[in-house]
Design a protein around this ligand. Structure first.
Ligand code: SF4
Ligand code: SF4
Length: 301
């Protein structure tokens, strides 16, 4: 696979450095876009680099605003059929611009990864080859009382999963979720702390929930989660409208954190619940609370 990268700013640099660790022989070109371009650009064609090589996958990281429109143009010039555009701040690719990029991409597959560490395999050969190594983090954890070994199966594109894995070795298993959270912030994640209206949360927070989920699945348990009271959850009630599901930022990035079961009740997955408390305030019947205890979940093998 040949990867061509469009990058901008500090966020882009860190991701490019980490992509190079996993795909050094696959990168056929890197184009650095100046970070100080205006958000709105009348004609982006003049920003398309010259002498582009043949490529299969275009990865755009750290680009803000209309300059992202060069991604489909570069894909056409290189022959690439697949495009990943990472979204690390709300202004990077607002919904209208996403539609414009999709319209300009023709039959190419374009995926907007918000945040980049939410990217999972999706049936496209080149994007799936990329997510074989980088994307939504996955780790396995060995150890009974203390963590003996952590193996990163899929690193976050910025490399924070590898950093967290190294820091977790030797830690008591029941403290790993909490320590993993602290290490995630120590790395630190460079996604935005501005509220993203589409997610109902900040992109940095959602990246934190994703990182926490990887640690929990590696451990095979979670120490804290939102829980639905089956006695009072009333999906048939006039005011319900599944507001908990609609409010959950994890659901908005494609995770099945809250599902309505065959029993017509909401069920929350303790592996992926970020404990953001949004659903607590939305349920009209006050049926959801945060519970601190050990929840067993399927362990990543
Ligand atoms: S928890 Fe509340 S909002 Fe969610 S399905 Fe149950 S009643 Fe509706
Ligand atoms: S607290 Fe509720 S809204 Fe927040 S991540 Fe957990 S299930 Fe989703």
């Amino acid at each position: 696979m040949n990867i061509y990268i469009l990058t901008s700013g500090e966020y882009g640099s860190r991701i490019v450095n980490n992509i190079a660790k996993s795909f050094s022989s696959s990168i056929v070109g890197i184009h650095e876009v100046p970070p100080d371009l205006p958000e709105f650009i009348d004609d982006v064609t003049s920003y398309v680099p010259d002498n582009l090589p043949q490529a299969d996958l275009i990865v755009a990281v750290g680009l803000i605003g209309d300059i992202n429109l060069i991604a489909p143009l570069v894909a056409t010039e290189t022959g690439a059929k697949s495009i990943i555009i990472s979204v690390h701040k709300p202004s990077a690719v607002p919904p209208g611009l996403m539609s414009e990029i999709k319209d300009n991409s023709g039959d190419k597959v374009v995926v907007f990864a918000k945040p980049f560490c939410s990217l999972k395999p999706m049936g496209d050969p080149f994007i799936d080859e990329f997510t074989g190594k980088l994307g939504k983090p996955v780790m396995t954890i060995e150890g009974d009382e203390f963590i003996k070994k952590v193996t990163v199966i899929r690193d976050a594109p910025c490399g924070c999963t590898t950093f967290i894995a190294e820091e977790l070795e030797g830690v008591p298993v029941e403290e790993a979720e909490y320590i993993g959270d602290i290490k995630f912030h120590n790395y630190p994640c460079q996604a935005s702390m501005t509220l993203d209206r589409g997610l109902g949360d900040t992109i940095l927070h959602v990246a934190g929930y994703i990182s926490k989920e990887a640690v929990r699945r590696g451990l095979g348990f979670s120490m804290k989660s939102a829980v639905v009271d089956m006695e009072t959850c009333n999906t048939e009630g006039e005011e319900c409208d599944h507001l908990c599901v609609q409010s959950c930022p994890q659901v908005k990035v494609g995770v099945d954190t809250i599902l309505i079961g065959e029993d017509n009740r909401a069920h929350i997955d303790p592996a992926s619940c970020g404990c953001c408390e949004q659903c607590l305030g939305e349920c009209p019947y006050g049926s959801i609370e945060i519970v601190k205890k050990r929840f067993d979940i399927k362990k990543e093998e």
